[in-house]
Design a protein around this ligand. Structure first.
Ligand SMILES: [Zn+2]
Length: 369
């Protein structure tokens, strides 16, 4: 029972726990729309002002301001210390809490991913700083302005700039071989056959890809010139699994108290442009078709999902694939629709042409599943 609880275990636990189950087992909840309510266990009241949001995995009391996660709830309600609350949640899921000491010397020990997250956070900071300060960043800023993005939206999405050159990030972050290895494992550096290493992202606008807790786990980079590929993503790494992540989901949850629906578009630029027009609920898959795992994630957040496709043949084929994957995920109460853009338009050009209101109306009348 001593020793630190490994971070990877806490992460995994928080991903699996549903706050609704945790609270409902102690304070019976009633469903009210997309939330659950009850009389607040933390202050005396006769009409319920205590709410639990399955989307946000938070509880909030409008009466006394009590607020927190599943872990926070257990700590407050059962007067537990943090490790005890973790123990209690794990027990409910039938999991044993590993301890750093127990794992010492064991071959089953999972590597600690904390330094990898830290390195990606530092990469993130580096790219943002380059967008502000690098002598060549003007081209990136011109591009963002041309796409009509405000500084506010760029900041919300953490957009940065990877300057031209083979070793900018490497020189900024890798002060020893250990860090260099870690940067390779998170996809930021590439090792050539002759053992030399170089930056994966060069002269690109950088979009940090964040997990549901807001940690940067990968990047997407858009080229500034006419080079190829136009969009480059981090490879699969210990932190980044393309078939699981959705670009923009963290930002949508942050921007909106209630997510009315999720709109699935093709690329990060579409997500950011739509947010600029006030559509804060667009997400994009990352260089893969929509997987079943994506779909179940989407429906965990909202019962209404709209896919937005180009009107061309490739768009119709992508729609068909999404539809096939959706078959096994669809449940009663879920709504899935397919919106086809006029040929030659993307979400950005289309919302510019017709305006937000018409765009949102078109979503509402898109082809149902
Ligand atoms: Zn209260």
């Amino acid at each position: 029972m001593s020793g630190r609880i490994p971070q990877h275990f806490i992460d995994e636990l928080l991903n699996r726990v549903d706050i609704v189950d945790v609270i409902d087992a102690r304070v019976p909840l009633k469903k009210a729309g997309r939330q659950y309510t009850a009389c607040c266990p933390f202050h005396d009241e006769k009409t319920p002002s205590f709410t639990v949001s399955p989307n946000k995995q938070f509880y909030h009391c409008f009466g006394c301001g009590a607020h927190g996660t599943a872990v926070g709830f257990l700590m407050e309600y059962e007067h537990l210390a943090f490790p005890e609350a973790i123990e209690s949640l794990a027990q409910n899921l039938g999991l044993e809490v590993p301890r750093e000491e127990d794992a010492r010397g064991s071959s089953a020990r999972r590597p600690d991913t904390t330094p990898l997250y830290e390195l990606l956070a530092r990469s993130d900071g580096f790219y943002r700083q380059q967008l502000r300060n690098h002598p060549q960043a003007g081209r990136a800023i011109d591009y963002l302005k041309k796409r009509g993005l405000s500084g506010e939206i760029a900041a919300e999405f953490g957009i940065g700039y990877a300057p031209p050159g083979w070793d900018n990030l490497q020189n900024a972050l890798a002060d020893n071989d250990g860090v260099r290895e870690q940067l390779i494992s998170v996809g930021m550096l590439i090792r050539k056959d002759d053992e030399r290493t170089y930056d994966r992202f060069r002269d690109r606008i950088m979009f940090p890809i964040r997990d549901r807790r807001g940690r940067t786990i990968a990047f997407g980079g858009r080229i500034l010139d006419s080079g190829e590929p136009k969009y480059l993503n981090s490879p699969e790494t210990p932190l980044f699994h393309k078939g699981r992540e959705l670009y923009g989901l963290f930002e949508a949850r942050k921007a909106l108290r209630q997510i009315p629906r999720l709109l699935v578009v093709e690329g990060y630029m579409d997500v950011v442009s739509l947010a600029q027009f006030g559509v804060h609920y667009a997400v994009a898959t990352l260089g893969t078709a929509t997987t079943r795992e994506h779909l179940s994630q989407l429906f965990r957040v909202t019962p209404e999902v709209v896919f937005c496709f180009d009107g061309d043949r490739a768009g119709r084929e992508a729609a068909w694939r999404a539809l096939e994957n959706a078959l096994s995920v669809m449940r009663e109460g879920y709504e899935l629709r397919f919106m086809f853009l006029p040929e030659g338009e993307d979400p950005d050009s289309h919302i510019r042409a017709v305006g937000r209101e018409t765009f949102e109306n078109e979503m509402g009348t898109a082809l149902p599943f």
